[in-house]
Design a protein around this ligand. Structure first.
Ligand SMILES: Nc1ncnc2c1ncn2[C@@H]1O[C@H](COP(=O)(O)OP(=O)(O)OP(=O)(O)O)[C@@H](O)[C@H]1O
Ligand SMILES: [Mg+2]
Length: 601
C-alpha cells in the first residue's frame, strides 16, 4: 500500500487498498450492519434447527404410539418448538430485510459521493489522461461491487458458517461419527470450492476485460458516427465490432464451461455426502443406536446444508470478481492528488492584478521543455495580447497562471503572492477564463450563464447575456433561457458557446481576465460587436488575450510574441511594427486575416 498518498484537504480519506477502502464505508453503517448480522445468524440457526424439531416430533409420536397415550399431548412441546422456529425464520429474515433496505441505498450513495468528491480534487493533468465516460462508469462499478461484496459475505458466506456450526452441534448430540463425517466433508468442500474459484478467476477477469473492450469500441464508434457516415463505413464498423464480439464470445465460453465443471464438482460432492450420511445413519439406526427421529434429522440437516453450500464456488468467484473491480477502480481513483493547497494556505487577495513570472521552468514530460527560465511581468490593469505559432506555449502560459499545472522551478506571483501558497479556489475565483472551446453543462442556458455567479438574479443573467451578444440568439431558441444545450453544449454553434462563456465571465466579474482564442469561432461582424462588450468587460482589469487573429489584439497595451517557449518580442502594436521583426512579418502576411500554421520562410 502506498503510505505516502497525498490527499487534498476536503477530500474523503480513502484508502488505496481495496479492503480498507470497502471497510471505510462498511464501518459507516456499522450499527445496521451489525443488526443484519445478528438477524441473519438467528435466521440461519432457526432454519438449521428445523430438522431437530421434526426429530423431536417424530420421537414423541413414536413413543406415544408405543405407550398408547395422546399423540398431540406428547408432541406438544416439540410442536411449539417447530412453530416458534418457523415464526423465527419469518421475523428474523424480515427484520434483516428491513435493515438491508435501511442501509443499502445510503451506503451506495455514500460510496458514489465520496468517490466523486475525491475525483473532483484531481488535477487537470489527471482528467486529460482519463476518459470521462470510463471514470463515470467506474464510479458506478466500484460502488456496486463494494455493495455486492458485502452482501456475498453477509448472505452467502456468513449464514453457511452459522448453519454448519449449528448443524455440527446438533449432529454431535445424535452421533459423534456423523458429525465427524460432516466436518470432513465441509472442510474439503469449502477448500476445493475456493481453489476452483481461484483458478477460474483468471478466466472471469479476461472475460470482463473482453466485455469492457466491446463497450469501449461501441462508445468509440458511436462518438465517431460522423466519420462513419462521411466515409460510408457503416459496414466496416459492423465488421470491426464483430471481431471484438467474437473475442468476447470465446472468453465467455471458456468461463462458462469452467463454471459447468464447477457445478459437476458441487453436484457430485452433494451426492456423495447425501449417500454417505444417510447410509451411515441407516447403519447406526439398524444397530439400534439411533431413534427414527434422529435418522430423519440427519437426512434433513444434510439436505439443508447441501442447499446452503450449493453455489459456494460461484459465490467465491463472484466475490473475487467484486474484489477485482474494487481494486481496479480504487487504483484509478485513489491516487495522490497532484495539486494540493498547503496546510492553512491563505486566500489570494488581488487589489492591483500584477502577474509576475520569475524564472519559471516548466515541462509536461521529460525531454519536452516548454519554458526555461521565463521572466515577464504583466502590470496592473494592463491589457496584454499573446501571439505566436501553434505550440509556442501560449496556452501553457495561461494554464500556469491558473495553476492547472505547477512550474518545476521559479515562481508565479499575483500581487506579490506566490500562487502555490494560496488556495486554488481563491486563485480561480479571481480569474475569469474563457477558453477556445468552452464546454457547457447539459443544463439550461440560464443555469449555464449563472454558473459565473450563483446568486445572480434572472435579470442580471439576462443583462450579462445582452452584453455578450448572446441574448438575441437565446431568444430564438425554442425555450429561450430554459433551453438545454446538449452534452458539452453540442446543440449550440462554436460561436454561440463562446458568447455564453463570455456572458458567464461578465457575471463572474473577477479582477483578472484571460481569453484563450475566445473569439476565434466568431465571424468578423459578430466579433466586432462582441469586442464592444469585451472592451467594457476588460476595463479596469488585468487582461491576457491569446489570439491568432492579430486584429483582435492589435489595440492592446502590450503584445508578447512567443516562439518555442520564449518571449521574443514585447511592446505595443506600433512599436512592434516599427521593429520590423517577427510580429511585423506576421502582421504583413496576415493583413488582418489568420496566422499561417507554419512559417514559410
Ligand atoms: N497536456 C499536455 N501534455 C504534453 N504536452 C503538451 C500538453 N499540452 C501542450 N503540450 C505541448 O506543449 C507545447 C506548448 O503547447 P501550448 O498548448 O501551450 O501551445 P499554444 O501556443 O497554445 O498553441 P495553439 O496556438 O495551437 O493553441 C506544445 O508542444 C504541445 O504539444
Ligand atoms: Mg493554445
Amino acid at each position: 500500500m502506498d503510505v505516502t498518498l497525498k490527499i487534498a484537504r476536503g477530500a474523503p480519506p480513502l484508502s488505496p487498498s481495496p479492503w480498507r477502502f470497502a471497510l471505510y464505508f462498511y464501518l459507516k453503517s456499522r450499527y445496521t450492519l451489525l443488526g443484519i448480522f445478528v438477524f441473519e445468524a438467528a435466521q440461519a440457526a432457526c432454519t438449521i434447527l428445523l430438522p431437530y424439531a421434526i426429530k423431536e416430533i417424530i420421537d414423541a409420536v413414536t413413543l406415544a404410539n408405543q405407550t398408547g397415550s395422546n399423540v398431540f399431548a406428547a408432541a406438544e412441546n416439540a410442536l411449539i418448538l417447530f412453530a416458534v422456529l418457523n415464526l423465527g425464520i419469518v421475523l428474523f429474515s424480515r427484520a434483516s430485510g428491513a435493515m438491508l433496505v435501511m442501509t443499502g441505498p445510503f451506503l451506495r450513495a455514500e460510496i458514489r459521493k465520496s468517490l466523486f468528491s475525491y475525483l473532483q480534487h484531481h488535477s487537470h493533468r489527471y482528467f486529460i489522461s482519463h476518459f470521462a465516460g470510463s471514470l463515470a462508469s467506474r464510479i458506478a462499478e466500484v460502488s456496486m461491487s463494494s455493495m455486492h461484496a458485502l452482501w456475498t459475505i453477509t448472505f452467502d458466506f456468513y449464514p453457511l458458517i452459522i448453519k454448519s456450526v449449528v448443524a455440527l452441534i446438533v449432529l454431535f448430540g445424535a452421533s459423534g461419527e456423523l458429525a465427524l463425517v460432516l466436518t470432513l466433508w465441509l472442510g474439503i468442500y469449502i477448500y476445493v470450492s475456493y481453489l476452483l474459484a481461484r483458478r477460474c478467476r483468471v478466466y472471469a477477469k479476461d472475460f470482463a476485460e473482453a466485455r469492457s473492450l466491446v463497450t469501449g469500441k461501441i462508445v468509440d464508434s458511436v462518438t465517431n458516427v460522423m466519420n462513419a457516415k462521411m466515409f460510408a463505413r457503416r459496414r466496416y464498423e459492423e465488421d470491426y465490432l464483430t471481431d471484438y464480439l467474437n473475442h468476447e464470445v470465446d472468453h465467455a465460453l471458456r468461463t462458462y464451461w469452467y463454471m459447468e465443471k464447477l457445478r459437476w464438482f458441487q453436484f457430485t460432492a452433494a451426492l456423495v455426502l447425501m449417500v454417505a450420511m444417510v447410509g451411515y445413519a441407516l447403519k447406526i439406526w439398524s444397530d439400534g443406536n439411533m431413534t427414527v427421529g434422529e435418522f430423519s434429522m440427519v437426512a434433513g440437516l444434510t439436505i439443508l446444508l447441501i442447499e446452503a453450500a450449493r453455489g459456494l464456488s460461484r459465490s467465491f468467484l463472484e466475490f473475487f470478481e467484486y474484489l477485482g473491480n474494487i481494486s481496479d477502480g480504487v487504483s484509478i481513483f485513489v491516487q495522490s492528488h497532484e495539486i494540493i493547497d498547503k496546510p492553512d494556505a491563505p486566500r489570494l487577495t488581488v487589489d492591483r492584478g500584477v502577474i509576475t513570472f520569475c524564472d519559471v521552468c516548466f515541462i509536461y514530460k521529460e525531454g519536452m521543455q516548454v519554458f526555461d527560465h521565463l521572466n515577464v511581468t504583466i502590470e496592473a490593469k494592463q491589457q496584454v495580447g499573446l501571439v505566436g505559432f501553434s505550440g509556442s506555449g501560449k496556452s501553457t502560459f495561461v494554464n500556469l497562471i491558473l495553476r492547472l499545472f505547477e512550474p518545476h522551478a521559479g515562481a508565479i506571483l499575483i500581487d506579490g503572492q506566490n500562487i502555490l501558497d494560496v488556495t486554488q479556489d481563491s486563485l480561480r475565483e479571481n480569474i475569469s477564463m474563457i477558453p477556445q472551446d468552452p464546454q457547457l453543462f447539459h443544463r439550461s442556458l440560464m443555469e449555464n450563464i449563472r454558473y459565473g455567479r450563483l446568486d445572480a438574479s434572472d435579470e442580471e443573467v439576462i443583462e450579462a447575456a445582452k452584453k455578450a451578444y448572446a441574448h438575441e440568439f437565446i431568444l430564438e431558441t425554442e425555450q429561450r433561457y430554459a433551453s438545454l444545450v446538449g452534452e458539452r453544449g453540442v446543440k449550440l454553434s462554436g460561436g454561440q458557446r463562446q458568447r455564453i462563456a463570455i456572458a458567464r465571465a461578465i457575471l463572474k466579474n473577477s479582477p483578472i481576465l484571460i481569453l484563450d482564442e475566445a473569439t476565434s469561432s466568431l465571424d468578423s461582424v459578430t466579433e466586432k460587436k462582441i469586442q464592444l462588450g469585451l472592451e467594457n468587460l476588460m476595463k479596469g482589469r488585468t487582461v491576457v488575450v491569446v489570439a491568432h487573429r492579430l486584429s483582435t489584439i492589435s489595440h492592446m497595451d502590450r503584445i508578447l510574441v512567443f516562439d518555442q517557449g520564449r518571449i521574443i518580442e514585447d511592446g505595443s502594436h506600433e512599436q512592434l511594427l516599427r521593429r520590423k521583426g517577427h510580429y511585423a512579418h506576421l502582421w504583413n502576411m496576415q493583413a488582418g486575416g489568420f496566422l499561417p500554421e507554419k512559417e514559410e520562410s
